[in-house]
Structure formats: C-alpha cells, structure tokens
Design a protein around this ligand. Structure first.
Ligand SMILES: Cc1cc2nc3c(=O)[nH]c(=O)nc-3n(C[C@H](O)[C@H](O)[C@H](O)COP(=O)(O)OP(=O)(O)OC[C@H]3O[C@@H](n4cnc5c(N)ncnc54)[C@H](O)[C@@H]3O)c2cc1C
Length: 589
C-alpha cells in the first residue's frame, strides 16, 4: 500500500477541504451559535474544551483532526492492512479472536482521539458535521476497508444518543466514545435480509415486565465485540403478531454478554471484520423509544447514517484502488516504457480520476443535505420544541427530503463505482493484480460488499426513485434544488443536454405501462439522475477553485465526465423509450 498522509497528500481531498466545501454553512448549522463553546466558558465542562468559538476555529480543528486521521490511516492502518487480511479471524466456542494488528490499530486510533467522530462533545465525542464524518471515514477506509467498519461500529452510539432515553445515553454513549464498548446493529435474519418488515425474532415481556428476546440474527458485524471490548447490539425484534409487518417491530438494546455468537462467516473479503451469527435465548433487552416504531423510525434512522458511512467507505476503497493503480502504472514497464503511457491504460486511469472526483462531490453533497436539517432538528428538540412544530419547519422539511433522496442515490452510485474502479485497478495491474502479492486483490475483494450491505443497490433504487419522480414534479424539492444550483453558475452545453435527457427519461419512465415494467427500468432513470447530478456538482465546484492550473485540470475532468454521462444517459433514454414496445419482442427472443 502507498504509505503517506492520506489527507495532506490527496490533492482532490485538499481541494474539497480548502476551497469547495462551504464550511461556514455547515459549521453554522452544527454549532448553533457556538453554544458548546459558550457552555464551556460558563461551566468549565472539559468535554466541551475544544468546542470552537467561530467558523475559522472549527475549520482549524478539522484540519488538525484530519491530518492526524490521515497520518494514522496512511501509515499505521495501511501498513497492517495486508497482514490483517491474511491472518483473518478465528472462531472457537462462541469467541472470536482478532489479528493482533486490528487491536493495535484500534488502540492507536483511540490514543490519537480520532475514534468517536459521530458522537456529540457532550457525551465524549468529537462533535463533527456529517461532511467531516464522511471525510474521516473515507480516509480510514482507504487505509483498510475492513478496519474502517470497526470504527463505524463504535459510532453506532449516535443512534443511542438520538433515540435512547437519558439513562441509556449516560450508561452507554460515553463508554462507546472512549472505545470501551463497541456497537453492532442486528437487523438481518437467515430468512429476511432485504425484506426486513417480515423478520421473526421475537421480543416479549417476562413476568416482571422486562423485555426478553429470542431468535437468531445473521451477518451481524461486530456482534462479538472487538477483542476484549464487548458490544451493545441494537436489535430489531417483533413485539406484534407474526402478521403485524413493519408496524409490529420495535428496537432494543441488548448486551453482547446476553447472546451467543454461534459462528463467523468465511467471506470473499473484509477478512478482519467479524460477520457473526447471533443467537438470542430469552436475552434481556431494553426498549429504545416507542414500541412499534422499530423499523420505520429507529432502524431506518440508523440505516440512513450507516448508508452515508458505507458511501464514505466506498469512496475510500475507490481512492485506494485508483492510487495503487496509478502507482503501479508509473512503475511497470512494457514495450520499453512505463504502462501509464499506453493509451488504453491511460484511459482507465483517467476514468478512475474523474469518477473519484465525481464520487467525492456527491458524497459531500449528500452529507451537506444531512447537515442542513439534522442539527437544526436536534437543536429544536433540545430546546423542547414539539414534534408537531418541528415537522412544520420549512428548512427541516426541505433538506430532510433532499437527504432522504441523496443518501440512497449516493450509496448506490459510490458503491457501484467503487466496484468498477477496483475492477479497472486490478486490470491495470495485469496478472500481478490477480495474485495476493499486490494490495489491489484485497481492495477488489473488499469493494464487492459495498453495494450489498446497508441495502443492496436494488433497494437503494427503491428508496431513490420517489426523489426522481415526485421530487422532480413542478413543485418538488429536487427540482427546486437543481434550479437553485443551476442559477449559481453558467451550465455547460453538455450539462443542459443532460438535463434534457433527465427530463425525457423521467417522462418515459412515468409512461411505462405498469409497475413491473417500471421496476424493471428503475435503474436507467436513477442512473440518469445520478449522472446529471454529479456533472452539475462537478461544474458547480469549478467556480470555487482559485488556482488556474487546478481549475483547468478540473474543467477537463468535468467535461470528460459529462461526455461519459451523455453517452450513458442517451443509452438509458433509448431503453426507457423502447421499454413498453420492446417487452413482447424480448419475450419471444
Ligand atoms: C459482510 C456483511 C456484513 C453485514 N453486516 C450486517 C450487520 O451488521 N447488520 C445487519 O443487520 N446485517 C448485516 N449484513 C446483511 C446485509 O445487510 C444483507 O446481506 C443485505 O441487506 C441483503 O440481504 P440478503 O443478503 O438477505 O439478500 P436478499 O434480500 O436475499 O437479496 C438477494 C438479491 O435479491 C435482490 N432483491 C431482494 N429484494 C428485492 C426487491 N424488493 N427489489 C429488488 N431487488 C431485490 C437483492 O438486491 C439481491 O440482489 C451484512 C452482510 C454482509 C455480507
């Protein structure tokens, strides 16, 4: 693996951090009048000591934090990634043993204080905006995609902070922030994966009125904890009848000591990340929030955060793939020259460069939509504003709708592109890429999970399609958002043509003859939206780049991305416009 500082040495990331991201906007949304700093001055509460007093200070804090995270990921984690993968996990009698390097990396991250990125300062966390969290996860995942999940699991404390009661928060969140407790989320069962509304794990009250859970969960990451660090398992279970569907599901906290880990999966990738089978046998459980809201409110809320985290993981893995391929191509000689000069190889590397730049724009924009509603909502809740009033708040309504659309759109796009970039990166390595001598083999294997877990790409399509159709109606929030963006710069001809393709694709999609035909063609219309969106975000970013050389380079990236997008969206349009008529012909073929 390339070993350097994954923050300082990444030009595109630097450009995003220094010029493209509007930190003023998101820091203002997060800090709420820099309330934590004021509280610190009044109370002297050490947990709030590093709370910034203005935006510049917040940016400086982020810079120091990212430099530290970039250093640990780019030297310590990246240095151990191959060994952690090779050694993998061992399982015996309910206990999982980790490679020593995993525990060492975890300890290093804990010592450096870069771990609790998703937790508020009040409870021992770092208090970071969603954009900053995504940036952090991206860097860690570049070092090692599997290890990054361990850090993500600690930050499941965010869900407890958001939905748990005061006692639960006090009992668990500070310990998770300190890295003394790991988190796990238990939704999937052997017979129910995408179809979560039908899960069977049962929660019932015992004679003392305490909740008990029985059943089995599959594929539970860190259900076993992490070394000697135990887990709390956020568990979805049925409190209603077997036919009660989503409304009969509730959400619980279960301690790892109260379940049995029946095994860990042997997997294609993520070899040092434990994917556990967890058995609940009358296990004590504490209800989170209200009965009946387990899936629709709490698990969905948790998954939205986790989806953004997987988008950032995809970004990091894609960056690792691209960087390793670029390095290899600059060293490997064939026909008397390094292969980076061969047009066919150059073409693959150029595509990786523009796709990673586009993914990064999209990742941070999705995070921005979260930043612009979630903290406002959080502060209003803290101030005792009623749910009814919060639901009426126009700013929250607008950005929440956009976040609910951008999160699945981004998860689909970044995870699919992470795979295709890893595929090309391996191709650039030729036969060497197919051996375990080079990191790209591991990167390729690890990439493969990103478009499966936290909801497969097909499920992300379901979640995003409403934003494409209703969101693009005359008064829809996505249309308003796009119009607002397009009014801020002069769109290229390519972007305007892409917009035409998008409008035509939506029209054609809406005109498809029935639900089944629409479900068959959902990918084409959602992909068209993603390609338009990313071209727009790339062009918007050009207005922020001050250095002429960097701007010229980025203009080329944006133009080439737009050309790819025109070709893809044109093909999608043909498929969508031909769909109803093509169906009988395809059936006879
Ligand atoms: C390494 C790993 C870690 C994981 N970690 C966790 C964890 O920590 N916690 C947890 O709860 N789960 C976890 N999972 C489970 C993961 O979220 C599921 O595997 C995933 O949601 C898909 O469910 P499934 O495997 O049952 O596939 P299925 O639901 O059986 O899907 C199979 C195929 O059918 C398609 N499909 C299914 N339904 C539809 C539909 N309605 N429309 C279109 N296509 C559809 C899917 O896209 C897929 O292609 C993990 C899985 C893995 C492999």
């Amino acid at each position: 693996m390339i070993q350097n500082n994954y923050f300082n040495e990444n030009e595109d990331l630097q450009l995003q951090f220094k010029e493209i991201i509007d930190w003023e906007e998101v820091v203002t949304a997060y800090e709420h009048g820099f309330a934590d700093h004021k509280k610190y001055q009044e109370s002297g509460d050490e947990a709030l000591a590093y709370a910034p007093s203005n935006t510049d200070e917040a940016i400086e804090n982020y810079r120091m934090f990212f430099e530290s995270a970039g250093e640990i990921s780019g030297t310590v984690i990246a240095a151990h990634a191959a060994a952690m993968d090779k050694e993998g996990l061992k399982y015996a009698d309910g206990k999982v043993t980790f490679p020593a390097e995993v525990l060492e990396c975890f300890e290093k991250a804990r010592e450096a204080g870069i771990q609790p990125y998703g937790i508020s300062r009040e409870h021992g966390g770092l208090g970071m905006t969603a954009i900053a969290q995504s940036m952090h996860m991206e860097m860690i995942a570049r070092g090692d995609g599997a290890f990054a999940i361990a850090m993500g699991c600690v930050n499941l404390a965010e869900t407890i902070e958001r939905f748990g009661d005061e006692d639960m928060i006090k009992q668990w969140v500070p310990k998770m922030a300190a890295g003394e407790i790991c988190g796990a989320m238990a939704l999937t069962e052997p017979n129910y994966g995408s179809d979560l509304s039908n899960i069977r794990t049962k929660a019932e009250k015992d004679e003392n009125g305490n909740w008990r859970i029985s059943g089995a969960k599959r594929f539970i990451t860190h259900g076993c904890g992490l070394g000697d660090i135990p887990s709390v398992i956020l568990t979805l279970a049925r409190t209603g009848s077997t036919t009660s569907g989503a409304k009969g599901l509730s959400f619980f906290l279960v301690e790892g000591k109260d379940v049995f880990v029946a095994g860990v999966e042997k997997k294609l990738g993520l070899h040092c990340s434990p994917t556990c089978e967890v058995v609940y046998d009358n296990s004590p459980a504490t209800l989170i929030g209200k009965e009946g809201f387990g899936l629709v409110k709490y698990a969905m809320g948790m998954m939205n955060v986790a989806r953004q985290s997987i988008s950032a993981q995809s970004m990091g893995i894609a960056q690792a793939a691209y960087s390793e391929a670029k390095k290899y191509a600059s060293e490997r000689e064939q026909f008397g020259n390094t292969i980076e000069h061969i047009p066919a190889v150059r073409k693959m590397l150029d595509r990786m460069e523009r796709e990673t730049a586009a993914m990064r724009c999209m990742l941070y924009e999705a995070a921005r939509t979260i930043d612009l509603y979630a903290w406002r909502q959080h502060h209003m809740e803290k101030e005792g504003v009623s749910d009814r009033e919060i639901r009426k708040d126009e700013t929250i309504r607008y950005w929440e709708k956009l976040a609910n659309f951008m999160t699945p759109l981004t998860k689909y796009y970044t995870s699919e592109l992470c795979n295709s970039i890893a595929y090309d990166a391996l191709q650039v390595h030729g036969g060497a890429g197919y051996t375990e001598d080079y990191d790209v083999a591991r990167i390729f294997r690890d990439a493969r999970i990103t478009n499966i877990y936290e909801g497969t790409t097909q499920l992300q399509m379901h979640a995003a399609i409403g934003g494409v159709t209703a969101g693009m109606s005359a008064t829809g929030p996505v249309r308003a958002y796009i119009d607002e963006n397009l009014s801020k710069f002069t769109p290229s001809e390519h972007l305007l043509k892409l917009k035409e393709n998008l409008e035509a694709a939506i029209e054609a999609y809406k005109n498809l003859k029935d639900t089944e035909t629409r479900e068959t063609n959902v990918f084409e219309v959602v992909e068209t939206m993603a390609r338009f969106m990313n071209t727009m975000l790339l062009e918007r970013s050009l207005t922020k780049v001050s250095d002429a050389g960097q701007r010229a380079q980025r203009e080329k990236i944006a133009r080439d991305y737009a050309v790819d997008s025109l070709a893809i969206t044109q093909a999608n349009l043909i498929k969508l416009q031909m769909a109803p008529a093509a169906e009988p012909a395809m059936a006879t073929a």
